[in-house]
Design a protein around this ligand. Sequence first.
Ligand code: AMP
Length: 476
Amino acid sequence: MSRSPASDPPEGNLYDRLSAGFPADRTKPCFLLSDGRAISYGELEAQVGRTAGRLVAEGVQPGDRVALQAEKTPEAIVVYLATLKAGAVFLPLNSAYTRAEVDYFLGDAEPRVFITDPPAYVRDAEGYEPLAAAVPRAASDLASLIYTSGTTGRSKGAMLSHGALATNAVALHAAWGFTGDDVLLHALPVFHVHGLFVALHCALLSGCSMVWLPRFNDAEVLAGLARATVMMGVPTFYTRLLANPAFTREAASHVRVFISGSAPLLPSTFAEFEARTGQRILERYGMSEAVIITTNPLDGDRVPGSVGYPLPGVELRIGGGEETGVIEIRGPSVFGGYWRMPEKTAQEFTADGFFVTGDVGRVDPDGRVWISGRAKDLIISGGYNVYPKEVELVLDELPGVVESAVIGVPHADFGEAVVAVVQGQGDETAMVAEARRQLAAYKVPKRVIFVDELPRNAMGKVQKNLLRERYAGLLA
Ligand code: AMP
């Protein structure tokens, strides 16, 4: 993998940076829609110009927030790009948020405009004078506010600058070898960094077409794979594909790389995918506060269980002086802090400017990064630290287990006791005995609970906070 030294982030408006990648032939499709229609780069550019003109005419000033909560459509992307072009700050909100949840974000971010019907907003921008040139922006100027999924406490707005997003986009575009000949299968939501920045920016920077799906749907994804050269997804996309017998080696053969992230990819999924298709999923690691942090190489070995090497523009170290500890990162692609939360921001950065990610991991002698879980998921049982991942890796190998989630629940003697929640079937006693053969006694689950489905958020992450709540009384 090529690695250039971390450098200062590029100056200028991110929209100019992205549109510099648009194809010379603007009739080329940007969005390929499932109903057979296409939207060209030229149409996109014209709609962005008019929509930016409308935003400015409605009083949006540089630095103002433009909030959007809507279904995934090409027009949602027009609004995003128009917001950048107008020098304003894009605030996407999960389409599943309730009115009460949205009220919190609107109160906190105080957007100038809140758009809930992007197709109508873009259509009604028709009569407006297009904004000819993007409003000049410095590298440190805010481009987007991304509220973290917030499994504990108040959701925080990560402030991402034009320079940070540009640095990350340029690094990913190079790392994953994007060219104008690629076709990206885009089935991710666009209220989250994965779909909005990681996937979209790679496509726009290379001027390639996207198979644009409102959501993951087996039949549409399978049809899209016949045209796509790159697919990006969360691990559940890949497990769902594998569950479908129509997903064969042949069905995957047009795709040059399948990329996974936002949640851990199980080594068993990696192996099953390789056995089925002959292709090794490329896993990468990121978060709202830094977009992408590490990636497995495009050329070179993709190691299951490892999230690869830090991207150019990211310095990564392990805090705490032990081999395994909390991952800390620094560099021009890292966010500038949490919106209107200076104390929280100060707590989560070290004195020398590293952001403390909250993910626990290690770096092997080869420089590869391995993640063992979230610091807040660490279980302290009888004074011993138990990393859930270590136990999950053992359980996931046992017959009948689709996926396990290991949590700590309150326990009178141990403080916390290790409990496994297993998606799948099996015998509790046998499973505990098998775990005991492989693990020190203090790591072995006191109970194993079988469920049909683990609770997951929109990005496929297992919601351990919900499991901890659900089973809080189990051993109390
Ligand atoms: P979000 O800010 O919602 O994107 O969540 C970011 C979190 O997702 C990270 O801090 C990690 O805990 C987790 N995550 C993302 N990618 C991976 C990955 N490849 N392996 C393990 N965890 C991941």
